[in-house]
Design a protein around this ligand. Structure first.
Ligand SMILES: [Zn+2]
Length: 360
């Protein structure tokens, strides 16, 4: 977008608000002359200035600059008639991730994303192996049994922001990527079972590593779609959650043995059976709840695991970096407060300072 278009839109939005230009300039630490030259298109707004003005006016940056198209590439996992790419609520969440992370990148806060080098013609199994190896360099080779374990490992290893939260019905997951802005994000729904949520996160990770973009192909996002992009993401997700080198050699699988392994990897027994190509009828297999060992009590029951893994899991890495930007006086506290969920800005300031003091 050019300076004049952006400047016009910003000027229009300020004039439509209850504030005058002088008070906006003061609130966002801009010289009044710089603001008016930017509105007239003579000067380029810095992205942090746009972020501050947007926060002040209660708008997204896209709304502020009048941008209609999505500023990132995306892929989705959905079912039924849900069209993730045009869903307003989901777009709003995705834009929040994009704007906060790209703003931090502009400020030089936070580590840059890091992806393994992907050889040409790698098979889905090889891609899954590379992803698994990349994660293990950071967190070891244990099973990432909780949604939070998996999400945190992905944030640490790849620099992808992961937000698990309530999403509109029918949309299981979404991913966004904008390489130039150093933005990679995964959004997954808490409305599905935790085992499905974990699969969705792994599926979206696969899309990001492959650089998939289905914005212009809404037909391929349907779950169970025969589209090669979706089939590949599905195979890779399976290989991430059930790494090839940990799979037992083929032997006579029984429903019992499959249930035991499904519990270990926190996947549906039908998913484990498919992974090891066990010739067992679906009807003979339990659900993950049924596969859960009976002897486990207290905090280790399926019900407790399910409850813990059905809660919102905020984008921790993003929240940490927003807190650092505030503590380093590079940003106001508003971006942190918005994502971390604070209505009271004084509380948000205290929380941001405490968060910034912890290790990333
Ligand atoms: Zn997908």
């Amino acid at each position: 977008m050019d300076n004049v278009t952006i400047g016009n839109a910003v000027g229009r939005n300020i004039d439509a608000s209850a504030r005058n230009r002088a008070s906006v300039a003061e609130a966002v630490h801009m010289a009044p002359s710089a603001l008016s030259r930017s509105i007239s298109g003579e000067r380029t707004f810095k992205s942090v200035e746009l972020a501050w003005i947007a926060d002040l006016l209660g708008l997204s940056i896209d709304e502020l600059v009048g941008r209609k198209t999505l500023p990132f590439m995306a892929a989705a996992r959905a079912k039924g008639s849900a069209d993730a790419h045009v869903d307003e609520e989901l777009s709003g969440i995705a834009r929040t991730l994009f704007e906060r992370r790209s703003g931090l990148a502009q400020l030089g806060v936070g580590d840059a994303p890091s992806f393994p080098r992907i050889p040409n013609n790698a098979t889905p199994e090889q891609l899954a192996d590379l992803i698994v190896q990349h994660i293990r360099q950071f967190v070891g080779d244990g099973v990432l049994a909780d949604v939070d374990d998996l999400a945190s490992a992905i944030e640490t290893a790849f620099g992808i922001d992961v937000w698990v939260r309530d999403l509109p019905e029918g949309i299981d997951g979404y991913c966004i990527h904008a390489t130039d802005d150093q933005v990679y994000g995964i959004i997954a729904s808490t409305r599905t079972s935790p085992q499905r949520t974990r699969f969705t996160i792994a599926h979206e990770l696969a899309h990001l590593v492959c650089g998939d973009n289905t914005l212009n192909q809404p037909h391929v996002i349907r779950d169970g779609s025969d589209d090669p992009i979706e089939r590949r993401a599905h195979t890779i997700a399976s290989g991430i959650l059930m790494p090839r080198d940990k799979m037992l050699q083929p032997h006579s699988w029984t429903a019992e043995k499959i249930a035991e392994q499904a519990y270990k990897y926190r996947v549906a027994p039908s998913a484990f059976a498919a992974r090891v190509k066990a010739g067992i009828y679906q009807e003979q297999l339990p659900t993950l709840a049924g596969a859960w060992p009976d002897a486990l009590k207290g905090d280790a029951t399926f019900a407790v695991w399910k409850k813990r893994n059905s809660a919102e899991r905020k984008p921790k890495r993003l929240i940490h970096d927003l807190a650092v930007a505030y503590a380093d006086k590079k940003s106001t506290v508003r971006p942190f407060a918005l994502v971390a969920g604070f209505d009271d800005l004084d509380e948000a300031r205290d929380a941001a300072r405490a968060e910034a003091a912890t290790a990333a």
